[in-house]
Design a protein around this ligand. Structure first.
Ligand code: C2E
Ligand code: MG
Ligand code: MG
Length: 632
């Protein structure tokens, strides 16, 4: 505010002017020379006064134009304000008169969270006599929160005692919001607005410190969306983003206020459950009450995902694989907890997608997975693959009508790895296209080799993973490889799992019709495990419906399973498709299927998947006969 020496000088000059005026009021009483001097002084002083007035006016105008509130407080018991610039009205909705009339208004307008701190700083500064700067929020009349940076100086009287406080309150709201935003951005994921991994780690550290102090437990849950790439590839990135946003919302709804949901990146999410009770037994040995809580959260998440998402005008079902790790029984620092939860999640992805796995001692997968990815890359380079073939059997005749090609990875240090253990990873790593191309080529080559040995199979089946279906020109790619070995597309059956077929039904429908138009035949694999819409199914050019082995398994003993399979067989016939039962392991199952008009099947009862030369050896031994037909 006003610079104090300037003000004092003004006062002195005005007093001098007054004195001169009083003397001039009676000039006759003065010696004439003195009167002349005084007159000259009067002129001079009037002139100075004019300049001063002007300066004060300019000064005021300046003070009252800057985007800040300037104030002068009197140092007394009540914090009286003697001057406040009119900007206060625009900024806080209070007139200067009101403000001056209510000495406690500043205190009352302070944001409750800042009130005590700001008051203390003010009183302290006033006592110290040194200039001070502090920041606080005031709540304006209309409820707006305004951030101020208040720079104040203490003005002393002639005796050296604090007399006034001159201060400037600068509105720094925008700057504060920008700072808050920057902090938010640094700690949040832009897409979903969830906290990010950095914030998760900080809060995890704090939670662990609390847990050590209070003997409580902490659970870390990692979650990865199954087949997310498929949604991205098939429906586009924008739809993928929208799915992630909706997912984030569901995760927030499925968890408690106090649980932290964060996005790790991509389609991976993190959950932190803190301050859990250590006591109480868990569901299994070696687990605790805290594990139980984490498992119930995992279940709630799965339930939250069970309703389809509405995206790009279609319904999409999404599942996620979940891993759980708990402090203290499973790890005692943040890094190990996260690593263990990740390992458990990958285990879930490989063995039970859509489920959850609690980390256990023997999970050495964190490292295992690393080397798995490297090994898988190498395998693609060196084509460490082989195909095994499982006979497809005419159930009434017991004869092999075809084979299904099943991929095996001949891992140099791991024996033959079944596809369930690496196909999901290959999809995530973007390696499935290369692998898929190899499968088709190898099947065609093998068929040519068999034919040259006199074995001509009616049906050659192979599996197309969901991602492969979306490759550009997929039908051209298949047909070209078949033609290279003179394989008639009409003998080839492309298997697509039910869930893959229903992800983007319109697009799938177009691709399937395209494959069909090129003369290929189509099968829906693992039928019964997805969510087919029958009206969709009716419009797909599908030739074979493969009943999932989970239904076939209990067919002979469980009446309900029996009637399910009966219904699916009838459904297939009704839709003009040939039903094929997967996973026939016993004679009773076979019997049941024949009795219920299921023409085709495969399963260990007839043959496991075997190498190509064993298929040939069998053929040499007993032709196409796999088993003697059932009597009666
Ligand atoms: P799928 O197409 O449903 O193949 C049938 C699976 O059931 C095979 O497992 C087979 O070994 C197994 N199986 C056959 N009969 C029986 C039985 O009687 N009992 C039991 N318990 N199992 C039986 P596999 O070879 O481990 O393949 C698993 C899945 O991996 C396949 O399921 C298929 O979806 C996928 N897959 C296999 N080869 C390929 C491939 O070349 N490309 C792609 N994209 N996926 C493949
Ligand atoms: Mg199959
Ligand atoms: Mg199957």
């Amino acid at each position: 505010m006003a610079n104090s020496s300037g003000r004092d000088r003004t006062r002195e000059r005005l007093a001098a002017l007054d004195a001169v005026r009083r003397l001039l009021a009676d000039p006759d009483a003065l010696p004439s020379e003195a009167a002349a001097v005084l007159r000259a002084l009067d002129v001079e002083l009037r002139h100075t006064h004019g300049e001063l007035r002007e300066a004060v006016a300019k000064y005021r105008a300046l003070v009252e134009q800057i985007p800040a509130i300037v104030y002068v407080d009197v140092v007394d018991d009540t914090m009286t304000t003697s001057y406040v610039s009119p900007q206060i009205e625009a900024l806080l909705g209070v007139t200067p008169q009101e403000y001056i009339a209510q000495p406690d208004l500043w205190y009352r307008m302070l944001h409750p969270d800042d009130r005590e701190r700001a008051l203390q700083t003010y009183l302290e500064g006033r006592r110290s006599g040194e200039p001070f700067t502090f920041e606080y929020r005031l709540i304006a009349r209309d409820g707006r929160v305004v951030w101020f940076r208040d720079s104040a100086a203490v003005v002393r009287d002639a005796g050296g005692n604090p007399a006034f406080i001159h201060g400037v309150m600068l509105d720094v709201t925008e700057q504060k919001l920008a700072e808050e935003h920057a902090a938010f951005v640094a700690y949040h994921d832009r897409l979903t607005e969830l906290p990010n991994r950095a914030m998760f780690e900080e809060l995890l550290d704090l939670a662990l410190a609390r847990a050590r102090r209070h003997d409580t437990a902490v659970a870390v849950i990692t979650m990865d969306v199954d087949d997310f790439k498929l949604v991205n590839d098939s429906l586009g990135h924008e739809t993928g983003d929208e799915l992630l946003r909706q997912l984030a919302q569901r995760l927030r709804e499925a968890t408690r206020e106090t649980d932290l949901v964060a996005r790790q990146g991509g389609d991976e999410f993190l959950l932190l459950l803190a301050d859990l009770d250590r006591g109480g037994p868990g569901l299994r040995e070696g687990t605790s009450g805290a594990t139980l809580v984490a498992e119930s959260v995992a279940t709630r998440i799965q339930e939250a995902l069970s309703t389809p998402f509405q995206l790009a005008g279609t319904e999409i079902y999404v599942s996620a694989s979940i891993g759980i790790s708990v402090f203290p029984q499973d790890a005692d620092d943040a890094a190990t907890l996260l690593k263990n939860a990740d390992a458990a999640m990958y285990r879930s992805k490989r063995t039970a997608p859509g489920g959850y796995v609690v980390h256990a001692e023997q999970d050495d997968d964190a490292l295992g997975r690393l080397s798995l990815t490297t090994r898988l890359r190498k395998a693609v380079e060196n084509r460490h693959w082989t195909l095994h073939y499982q006979p497809i059997v005419d159930l009434a005749q017991g004869e092999m009508v075809g084979v299904e090609a099943l991929l095996r990875w001949a891992d140099p240090n791991g024996g033959l790895v079944p596809p369930g253990e690496f196909i999901p990873l290959a999809e995530e790593m973007g390696l499935i296209e290369a692998i898929g191309d190899w499968v088709i080529e190898e099947l065609a080559r093998q068929d040519a080799a068999w034919r040259s040995e006199g074995l001509r199979l009616r049906e050659l089946s192979f599996n197309l993973s969901p991602r492969q279906l979306w490759q550009p020109e997929i039908s051209d790619r298949i047909v070209a490889r078949l033609e290279a070995f003179d394989v008639d597309p009409a003998r080839v059956v492309v298997e697509i799992t039910e869930s893959a077929a229903m992800i983007d039904p319109d697009r799938t429908q177009r691709i399937l019709w395209d494959l069909h138009a090129r003369g290929l035949r189509l099968a829906i694999d693992d039928f019964g495990t997805g969510y087919s819409s029958l009206s969709r199914l009716k419009h797909l050019p599908v030739d074979v419906l493969k009943v999932d082995r989970s239904f076939v398994r209990d067919v002979a003993s469980d009446e309900q399973a029996g009637s399910m399979v009966r219904a699916i067989i009838q459904l297939a016939h009704g839709l003009g498709m040939a039903p094929l039962a997967e996973g026939i392991e016993t004679e009773e199952e076979w019997r049941f299927l024949v009795a219920n008009a299921c023409p085709l099947g495969q399963g260990y009862h007839f043959s496991r998947p075997i190498p190509a030369d064993e298929i040939l050896a069998r053929h040499r031994r007993s032709g196409l006969t796999i088993v003697e037909p059932l009597a009666g």
